[in-house]
Design a protein around this ligand. Structure first.
Ligand SMILES: NC(=O)c1ccc[n+]([C@@H]2O[C@H](COP(=O)([O-])OP(=O)(O)OC[C@H]3O[C@@H](n4cnc5c(N)ncnc54)[C@H](OP(=O)(O)O)[C@@H]3O)[C@@H](O)[C@H]2O)c1
Length: 246
């Protein structure tokens, strides 16, 4: 697993209480290679593994990011695996838009905040842990619907646009972060449709073989990350390892 990273590498998984985040923590702990796996979540859960550290923080808030930066205290991070993201929110009455008439400024601002601004502010927060000469991979979950070139179906305005913004912010940060650490490599990842809370209301029309388990996706995404050359330009890859058009 992740042969570019040293034995005993340190990993940060954000959104560790979500479907893919939880599975990523499990997949990492199933390998002897990581030395520390730090999971950050608004609903942290323990694991029966001394290498796992659970942090209770909401990284969409300044207070949550402050908790994280204090906790890390400049610890070098080898793998940052951000899985925070949202598509719908029943409590806020947010559903993906089908047409222009469905657009709502507050709903759009919420999706942009969680899907684009938060991952960028996370990288801002992590600078002291990313800088240096240690091998560093930064992965952040995007979505193929965020590909501008690939957009033929339309719909899902806020989610698509927030993921496109996510990708631009990750690619922009990659240019700057490589000055802080020449090995640092940023990868935006499309997991494929995965059986989690996020996709649940939209699974009916997904053929069974195209609906992946979080466990499969976590294994695949870590394998895809393992194929990335350190120090390369930011990229956008799917679960199969294929490049996705920006
Ligand atoms: N599932 C799919 O089919 C699919 C397809 C394409 C892309 N993706 C992307 O993959 C990533 C992971 O998604 P998932 O399927 O694992 O979804 P999920 O089970 O809903 O997990 C997403 C996690 O993001 C964090 N989060 C979401 N809304 C938040 C909010 N308002 N405030 C603070 N934290 C919030 C939460 O982390 P905590 O609970 O740990 O705090 C949540 O558990 C997302 O970026 C998603 O856009 C998923």
């Amino acid at each position: 697993m992740l042969a570019q990273l040293p034995d005993g590498f340190t990993t940060l998984v954000t959104g560790a209480g979500g479907g893919i985040g939880r599975a990523a923590v499990d997949a990492l702990l199933a390998s002897p290679r990581p030395g520390r796996v730090i999971g950050v979540s608004r609903r942290p859960g323990p694991r029966d593994d001394a290498r796992f550290e659970s942090l209770d923080a909401d990284l969409t808030t300044p207070e949550g990011r402050e908790i994280l930066v204090d906790y890390l205290d400049g610890t070098p991070l080898h793998l940052t695996f951000n899985t925070i993201g949202t598509l719908h929110d029943e409590t806020l009455g947010i559903h993906p838009e089908k047409k222009l008439d469905d657009l709502d400024a507050e709903a759009m601002a919420h999706l942009f905040h969680v899907n684009a601004t938060t991952p960028a502010l996370l990288l801002q927060t992590l600078q002291s842990s990313l800088k240096g000469r240690h091998p560093a991979l930064v992965a952040s979950l995007s979505a193929r619907v965020g590909s501008i070139e690939d957009n033929r179906l339309g719909g899902w305005y806020a989610y698509r646009a927030s993921k496109a913004a996510h990708n631009m912010l990750m690619r922009t940060a990659a240019v700057e972060l490589r000055r802080l650490n020449p090995t640092l490599t940023v990868v935006c990842l499309h997991p494929g449709t995965t059986d989690t809370e996020l996709s649940r209301p939209f699974q009916a029309r997904v053929p069974k073989h195209k609906l992946f388990t979080p466990e499969f996706v976590a294994e695949r995404l870590l394998a895809v990350l393992g194929e990335r050359e350190l120090g390369g330009a930011a990229s956008f890859h799917d679960w199969a390892g294929d490049a996705v058009a920006w």
